[in-house]
Design a protein around this ligand. Structure first.
Ligand code: TZP
Ligand code: MG
Length: 205
């Protein structure tokens, strides 16, 4: 499968996103329901200690391997190595992608880009896909101003072939607009992690 296709339903989750449910159970159900790629993002309030992160990461990594779902790790390059992840996603304030590429010549590298200034500062030659957002207002990153569908359209116009995934405030109701604006896929946390009926939501995405 091409990476563009792999990005179509991109589920992101850490223990802090799961409420009372077990992350393993949510991931299994999301995979059964049709997600195409997964990112382990242990971050912010309620996230696990280093040791517990490694243990949960190993369990989630194994679930993805069993089902041939690419396993991406957010930010943490040590964890990428320890879990032998398929890829890593970094933001503008994380390790520069040129260094990440030197460390991991064959892994998938994703980079968040939210505006033209960030785009100009980014070495796209080291990147396999770009995360664009937050598209809509979201409680998962409340302090970051939404960039709207306009940013997806702009990025698509400037880079017709670049694999792009929209992120931030995406639900089963607005996912279609994100794809129409030019994204190859939608990345979601709360829409799946907090869904009452994961199967129905993943289907609608
Ligand atoms: N990056 C930009 S928005 C966001 C991240 C990690 C949070 C997305 O979470 P949700 O719950 O799908 O809005
Ligand atoms: Mg980051």
């Amino acid at each position: 499968m091409t990476l563009k296709k792999r990005l179509r339903k991109y589920f992101i989750m850490g223990s802090q996103d799961c409420g009372k449910r077990k992350p393993e159970d949510i991931l299994r159900e999301a995979i059964r329901s049709g997600i195409t790629i997964f990112q382990y993002r242990e971050k912010g309030e309620g996230s696990l200690s280093e040791k517990d992160q490694l243990e949960l990461g190993q369990r989630l990594r194994n679930i993805c391997s069993e089902h041939h779902i690419p396993f991406i790790v957010n930010d943490n390059l040590t964890l990428v190595k320890q879990l032998d992840a398929d890829g890593v996603h970094v933001g503008q304030n994380d390790t520069p992608v040129s260094i990440v590429r030197d460390m991991f010549p064959d892994k998938i590298i994703g980079l968040s880009i939210s505006n033209k200034v960030e785009l100009e500062q980014s070495s796209l030659e080291h990147v396999n896909y770009v995360g664009a957002g937050p598209v809509f207002q979201t409680m998962t990153k409340p302090d970051k101003k939404p960039v709207g569908l306009e940013w997806i359209k702009t990025l698509r116009d400037l880079h017709p072939k670049l694999p792009i995934v929209g992120i931030g405030g995406i639900t089963s109701h607005n996912a279609g607009q994100v794809l129409e604006a030019g994204a190859d896929g939608v990345a979601v946390i709360s829409a799946i992690a907090q869904a009452r009926d994961i199967h129905s939501i993943v289907n609608k995405l």
